[in-house]
Design a protein around this ligand. Sequence first.
Ligand code: COA
Length: 211
Amino acid sequence: MRRNQQCPYDGAVPPTPAAAPPERVDAGRVILRRLQASDASAIAAAVSASLEHLRPWMPWATGEAAERTNQLGRVAEADHNWESGLGYVYSVLTAEHGTLVGEIALHPRDSGQSVELGYWIAAGQARRGYATLAAEAMTSVALSLPNVTRVEIHCDAANSASAAVAQKLGYRLDRIEERYAEAPGESGRLMVWLRDRQRPDTGRAAPSPGP
Ligand SMILES: CC(C)(COP(=O)(O)OP(=O)(O)OC[C@H]1O[C@@H](n2cnc3c(N)ncnc32)[C@H](O)[C@@H]1OP(=O)(O)O)[C@@H](O)C(=O)NCCC(=O)NCCS
């Protein structure tokens, strides 16, 4: 997730609350389950062990985020956002042992027509395909939500690991925007990767819903 671990909606106009995604999604070797208070300790521990890995890209990756009380506050905020349709945060757990390995979130944008995916995987669990599996499942979930016609992954141009996840999943690079670097590894060039909803009959992108 880029801006903030709490995943708030940061647009001026709140999205139209739409049908919420499922609270649990099976993604093969990982399970995505709605963030809950009992995850707070595991998330704090994963963040604590991953600070060097996360800090270049995640502005929220500070010692504070490695504290359980801080994570409990996040869960409360994530609950509020879930119920309001402002955002959906999941814990990424291994299917085998239920180990928490990271988080993934859906952020409605553009009045609900677009969804942005954000994710992080703990340092000790990286390069096992978990982000790819989680993002693939969440892309399908997002594209099945009413009115959603595209899913976006935003990552800094220097973040080759995140860009590789988007590429592996068939996202296309739509544009690169200049922006203020928010985290120490960022170049200030934001890649916007897109996946459109396909029309089943033609394979072409479906049109956006009318006004
Ligand atoms: C980006 C991130 C989520 C990837 O998680 P992951 O579970 O390691 O990713 P995957 O194992 O699914 O790897 C997918 C592909 O990304 C690329 N990749 C992953 N880590 C990489 C690295 N450190 N360097 C270069 N490429 C990397 C590889 O091409 C990999 O495919 P391969 O293993 O078949 O070669 C993880 O590195 C992370 O949490 N980084 C810090 C937070 C962050 O940047 N979040 C995204 C913000 S936009």
